[in-house]
Design a protein around this ligand. Sequence first.
Ligand code: ZN
Ligand code: ZN
Length: 465
Amino acid sequence: MDNEAYFMSILHNIQRRGQEVKAECPFKDLHESQTDNNPSLTVNLQKGVYYCNSCHSKGNVHTMYKYLEHKTAEEAWFDLGDALKIPRPDGTKPARPDIEPGLVQEYHRALMNLTGSLRDVLRDRRGLVDETLKRFMLGWDGERVTIPIYDEYNVLVNFRRYKWNSDNDQYKVLNYRDEYGNTYGEVRIFGLDRILDENVEYVVWCEGEMDRIITEQQGFPAACPTSGAGTFKPEWTRLFRNKKRVYLAQDNDEAGRNATKRLCEKLYRVVDVYVIQWPEGFPEKGDLTDYFTKCGQTAEDFQKLLNTAEKYIDPDIEDRLADEAEAIELHLSDSSAAEYFGRRLSIPVMVSGKDNTPYICPKRIKAECGEACDSESKKCANCTLAVMAGERIINLTSIDKDVLKLIKCTEKQQQQVMYEMMGINPRCDKVRLEIEEYMNLEELRLIPKAEANFGFSNEHEYVVR
Ligand SMILES: [Zn+2]
Ligand SMILES: [Zn+2]
């Protein structure tokens, strides 16, 4: 059965607009009023996912089916098929069970029923209003504050567990672990829905969950990794292709600044990266939570911070621009000195001869390994493609000094040079190289201008060596 047929068969009070459906929430026993007369459930039929803005239930066609029909994950998979591309449960090995989604409600109710210092801390020190606790379904598991984490299919995949009364970062957050000792701590993106949503133009990349939550509370789309500063899996980069901008708002300390640098390098090729400049006098080690609470800054202030954030510029481009600014003026006879290797030279010459056939040289080269990239594998660890979301295109011009390595050589040598130029692991068997455009390079014989010189030197048109 496909997503649409299933949802349409079980939902009531349906209003449909294209692929989006509003309907009565089937979990209305979780609603304060026990009713849902003004439909709160939104379903995306195409993606097969749903969200209720009253009880904040979140899931997909499989999770809803499991719930309403009391089925296991495996049964749901066989009954509904893989229209959602959810991997088929492998019956041969004992699977780690899904986290019971009801825990989200249970923990949340426990938190909202608490009174006293914990709630004070969340409100005063963390700056979170009750509406936000509800929106993100923060909870209390008896020991720690819980934050539910969902995957791309809206499946509950972890609870981040905050030690609410500790400032010691090392022990601040734990991951969910079930009663059988199964762990759920893989690093994920908290706010993945913001990244995947094409209608969200930009995202603020924060250092931790609490920073993300307060930034969202102030009205800014935000996301963060479910682990410390700077964690960023190479395969996340490509997710940012649908964003116009990403703003990095890491903590005001050494770790945060190092993380910012690494993030810039990982992201700038797929999206415009802006680095937030903390205002003067902002406390060392300060973070977004401090900004909005202790420092009393408003959404308006933060918008100004976004507007004045510094755009990250590719250092290679800067170098090249600087190089192009100066060309050294020389006499042809001096130009072969070692010190001029790789420099731009300007030499007054006359063309005295020319070979008949130009060399064909790659101009636009595309390398792609796409989904084959895997941050966990050693092969990809030192591969530039891994940090560039599995795709890199370079455009060579006749003034690039590397172009001469691509002519007068065998095809195999040429390929080696291209691997090297693009920073690809030469042992990668997944990458595909494609030369999308070629250019002609001609070899000319030159003599110094207006000077008799019988020892003809053999030089190239652009004298780039
Ligand atoms: Zn609901
Ligand atoms: Zn690779």
